[in-house]
Structure formats: structure tokens, C-alpha cells
Design a protein around this ligand. Structure first.
Ligand code: NAP
Ligand code: MG
Length: 493
């Protein structure tokens, strides 16, 4: 017998792709350079270390550009330049003038959004529709948002005397290279600080093009300095004695090292770390919207999202329907060229990350969960991974407890709201989560008991520069975005 649900889904969608799309690659030319220097004191310079490394295109495994590798002497130059700017032009500038620079930068990001999106997808592997429609608009929005705050700090903190902290040392990951740069640079500058920032080794290119925008905008030299290289460059920034504030986004493992390095110093610290978010779907949820939200939450951007909904809890009475619809939708996902406008799932950011995901696929099977993947084609070259469901997962499985950071979803069921809440909270992380139900009262009841910094109701992965973002437990401390994010860059004493 065919159920009403099944009638609504066409057989083509149930058993494969509904259409074959012709390739639609992004062909806009981009100003990719053969090599990139460090951005110090307003200029691109060769590293004193004399060393370079290659940035790879993860969709092909081929070299894209040669990047300068900073040494300790370069980090020191960067911090000195930032200090000079803080004590000089930037520190003396009226707040409204600072705001004008940020507005100018925001507008220039919008003008160059297309080429920045392409560079982001080439170097990082994320689908162009994500970098073009999500990352870049949010990058510009963050600069606009904080531009507006620059001359209103006294109103942001009434009765207090907000003062800049000084030089901020910032370290960011590879999953949202430009967006994480915007989250860190925009509030720091709005509050009158200067910056030394280190991007992730695999994704240095787009932020160096942002540096060209800083140059074109006439941002005074030394206000933002970019030191590229591997983890030890990040450690050198964090440990530099003349840094006043450390802001880190990345893994919980590195976050703990940074917290230890900063302990006992005067440095102010914010940490945005890993996550293992739960999507909780109740039987009264709008099922089709929930399925779309689950797909968006874990498969778009290859699951390279700290707040990815990597655990799914479905109320038992609708579990079969939700899983079947999820599998139908997964059959239609297109894995492939990040620069193709039809691609849903691009390249895994690096070979080590692909190996980590493949390791967890093995672990999940060994632990006894049931692996399911759609039959979609996957490119032979480059680093790609099929979207994956693990059915019949249990709370003790490592694939349920540990952050995989790939397109892998562990599915479990629950009977009562209390059971769903308890299972969702059973993780060392507390970054984000999603609740799907028709009842407003249930949304409030459940979300008030989930220990996570960001919770979405009947939607997922929605961001706004005005709203704070950050975690509880091992997902970090401090907030970015909005007024809360501003507070992390001022002294109020
Ligand atoms: P990661 O390995 O912790 O690296 C993050 C950054 O820290 C990179 O620039 C890295 O450099 C650098 N680094 C490595 N070791 C360091 C050290 N000892 N001292 C200072 N810096 C060091 O994380 P990832 O693999 O790039 O990114 C994925 C992680 O970020 C996930 O856990 C994800 O959940 C988290 N994340 C969290 C948020 C959030 O807002 N909560 C947002 C995005 C991502 P190299 O890359 O060159 O090694
Ligand atoms: Mg790369």
C-alpha cells in the first residue's frame, strides 16, 4: 500500500536523481597570484624565515600558489607594526573615522564578492553556491555591522568607559576562512584595536586578497597584519608578550593548548571550539522542512561547520518516514567540482581531513552502526567524500561522541522529550543545536534545557552579525557577533 507521504515523492526522486544537470562551472577570471608574501605594516613582504609552502586546490590535489611561511622574527615584526599603528594613526583617529574605514572595506568586499568567493572555493573546496550566497554576504554584513558600532561604543556600554585592549592576536581555521577573518577583524578594529592574524595553512589565499582591499581602502599601515604558516606560527602569535588579546577559532584540542599558554598572563581570551550539534525532530514537526534543514546542517559545506548538525534524534513514531525522506533527498545531492554552480557537496579541505573522515567511517562500522550512502558519482581526483548516514547509532559510539568534521550524520531515536533532551546533552560539546516541532511551547521547553550556545527552531545554520555566537562546555568561551562580540574587544574598567 502506498502511503500519502510516498505519493508526494516522485519515483525518480525516491530512487535517484530527478534530473541530470549540464556542468555549470564558474568561469569568471580571478586575480590568483603565483606567490603570496606576508602582509606586514601595510605591504606584502618576503618572510625573514626565507621559507614558503604550497596551497593546494583540494578538488584536484594540484598546487595553487606558493605562500610565505612566517618565522618567529616575522611574527615579532607583525606585532611591532600593530603596536606602532595602535599607538599612532589608528589609536589617535576619531572613532567615527575608524567607522568610515570599516564601511569602505564592507562596500569593497561587496564589489569584489564574486572573485573572493571563487578564490575561497578554489583554495578551500567549498561549493561556489555556499561561498557566493552564504560566506561573502555574511563577510560584508559583519564589516557593515561593526562599522556602525565604531562611534557608538559609549552607547553600547552606558555608564562605562570602553577602551581598546591594544593588539589582538587572532588564529582562525580553514572551514570559513574569510568569514572567520571578518568575525575577528571587524569588531577588533571597530573598538580601536589593531590586529595580527594567522589563517589556517590550507586556506591562506582569500584573506591575502582581503589585505589588498585594506590597502585599496587606505587603511593605515600596521592596523591589520597577516602572518601565514602552520600551527607554530599561531603559537608564536598567541605567546608573543606584546599581545593584549587572543581570539582563537579551531579545534578543542588546540584551544586547550592556547588556554594553557595564556593562563597567568594579562591577555584576554576568547575561544570558539568544536561541536557535535543535535537536530531533534519531533513527531509533530514539518517533516519535509526538517529534512531540508538536516541536509543543510550536515551535508552542505561538506560538514566542515563547527555548528554542523552531526547528530540526528528522531521521535520513534516518525523515524521511518524521516529516514526514508532523508535518504531520498541524499540521492539527489551532487558531489563534485566546487566551482560548479550545481554542486551541493564540494571537496574535503585537505588530504589529512579526508583520511580523518574515512577513519571514522571505519570506526562507525566496527562499532556496529549501519552505514548508508547514496549512489551518487564522486570524482576520482581530489579529496571527496560521499554523504553518509549511520543508522542505529548509540550514545556510546565514537561517531556520536567525537567531532568528525565531515558529511557524516549519526541517527538515533527517542520516545519522550526528556529522553531527546538527555541524549542531546550527552556530549562534551555545547555549541549549537536544532529543534523541529509544530508547538511553540515545546520549542521553549526543549531549547531551555539544551546546553548549547546557539539553538535554531524549525530552521538551521542561520546567521546574523547582530546575534552572538559561541559555546558552552568544551565548545569554548566568550561570544562573537553583535554587542557580545564587541565586549570581547574592550576594557570596561
Ligand atoms: P585547528 O587544527 O585547531 O586549527 C585552527 C587554527 O589554529 C589553524 O590556523 C591552525 O594552524 C592553528 N594552530 C594549530 N596548532 C596551533 C597551536 N599550537 N597554537 C596556535 N595555533 C595553532 O582546527 P582546524 O582543523 O583548522 O579547524 C577545525 C576546527 O575548528 C573544528 O574543531 C571546528 O569545530 C572548529 N571551528 C569552530 C568554530 C566556532 O566558532 N566554534 C568555527 C569554525 C571552526 P594550521 O591550520 O596551519 O595547522
Ligand atoms: Mg588550499
Amino acid at each position: 500500500m502506498t502511503t500519502d507521504d510516498e505519493k508526494q515523492t516522485t519515483p525518480a526522486l525516491r530512487f535517484g536523481k530527478a534530473w541530470d544537470y549540464a556542468p555549470a562551472p564558474e568561469t569568471t577570471p580571478v586575480p590568483l597570484r603565483k606567490s603570496y608574501g606576508l602582509f606586514l605594516d601595510g605591504e606584502f613582504v618576503a618572510p625573514r624565515s626565507g621559507k614558503t609552502f604550497w596551497s593546494i586546490n583540494p578538488a584536484t590535489g594540484k598546487r595553487l600558489a606558493r605562500i610565505a611561511q612566517a618565522g618567529e622574527a616575522d611574527v615579532d615584526r607583525a606585532v611591532k607594526a600593530a603596536r606602532r599603528a595602535r599607538d599612532g594613526a589608528w589609536g589617535k583617529m576619531p572613532a567615527a573615522e575608524r567607522g568610515k574605514y570599516l564601511f569602505r572595506i564592507a562596500r569593497m568586499i561587496q564589489e569584489k564578492a564574486r572573485e573572493l568567493a571563487i578564490l575561497e572555493s578554489m583554495d578551500g573546496g567549498k561549493p561556489i553556491k555556499e561561498s557566493r550566497d552564504v560566506d561573502l554576504p555574511l563577510v560584508a554584513a559583519h564589516f557593515f555591522h561593526y562599522a556602525g558600532w565604531a562611534d557608538k561604543l559609549d552607547y553600547a556600554f552606558p555608564g562605562r568607559k570602553p577602551r581598546p585592549l591594544g593588539v589582538a592576536g587572532q588564529v582562525i581555521p580553514w572551514n570559513f576562512p574569510l568569514l572567520m577573518a571578518a568575525w575577528k577583524i571587524a569588531p577588533a578594529l571597530a573598538c580601536g584595536n589593531t590586529v595580527v592574524i594567522k589563517p589556517a595553512e590550507t586556506t591562506s589565499i582569500s584573506i591575502l586578497h582581503l589585505a589588498r582591499i585594506f590597502q585599496e581602502a587606505g587603511l593605515p599601515e600596521g592596523v591589520v597584519n597577516i602572518v601565514t604558516g602552520a600551527g607554530e606560527v599561531g603559537a608564536a602569535v598567541v605567546e608573543h608578550p606584546d599581545i593584549d588579546k587572543v581570539a582563537f577559532t579551531g579545534s578543542t584540542e588546540v584551544g586547550k593548548k592556547i588556554a594553557a599558554a595564556v593562563a597567568g598572563t594579562r591577555k584576554k581570551l576568547t575561544l570558539e571550539l568544536g561541536g557535535k550539534a543535535a537536530n531533534i525532530v519531533f513527531e509533530d514537526a514539518p517533516i519535509d522542512q526538517a529534512v531540508e534543514g538536516i541536509i543543510n546542517g550536515i551535508f552542505f559545506n561538506q560538514g566542515h561547520v563547527c555548528c554542523a548538525g552531526s547528530r540526528l534524534f528522531v521521535q520513534e513514531s516518525v523515524a521511518d518516514t524521516v529516514i526514508r525522506k532523508l535518504q531520498d533527498r541524499m540521492q539527489t545531492l551532487i558531489v563534485g567540482d566546487p566551482l560548479d554552480k550545481n554542486t551541493d557537496i564540494g571537496a574535503i579541505n585537505s588530504k589529512p581531513q579526508l583520511e580523518k573522515i574515512e577513519y571514522y567511517l571505519k570506526v562507525g562500522k566496527e562499532e556496529g552502526a549501519e552505514l548508508w550512502q547514496p549512489s551518487c558519482p564522486v570524482p576520482d581526483n581530489g579529496f571527496f567524500c560521499r554523504p553518509t548516514l549511520f543508522l542505529n547509532a548509540t550514545q556510546s559510539h565514537r561517531i556520536v561522541q567525537e567531532e568528525i568534521f565531515g558529511p557524516v550524520l549519526a541517527v538515533q531515536t527517542f520516545r519522550t522529550p526528556e529522553e531527546g533532551i538527555a541524549k542531546a546533552n550527552n556530549t562534551p560539546y555545547g555549541l549549537s543545536g536544532g529543534v523541529w516541532t509544530d508547538k511553540g511551547s515545546k520549542i521553549f521547553k526543549v531549547t531551555s534545557k539544551i546546553r548549547a550556545g546557539v539553538l535554531w527552531a524549525n530552521t538551521y545554520n542561520k546567521f546574523d552579525p547582530g546575534s552572538p555566537f559561541g559555546g558552552y562546555k568544551e565548545s569554548g568561551m566568550g561570544r562573537e557577533g553583535g554587542l557580545h562580540g564587541l565586549k570581547e574587544y574592550v576594557s570596561l574598567n
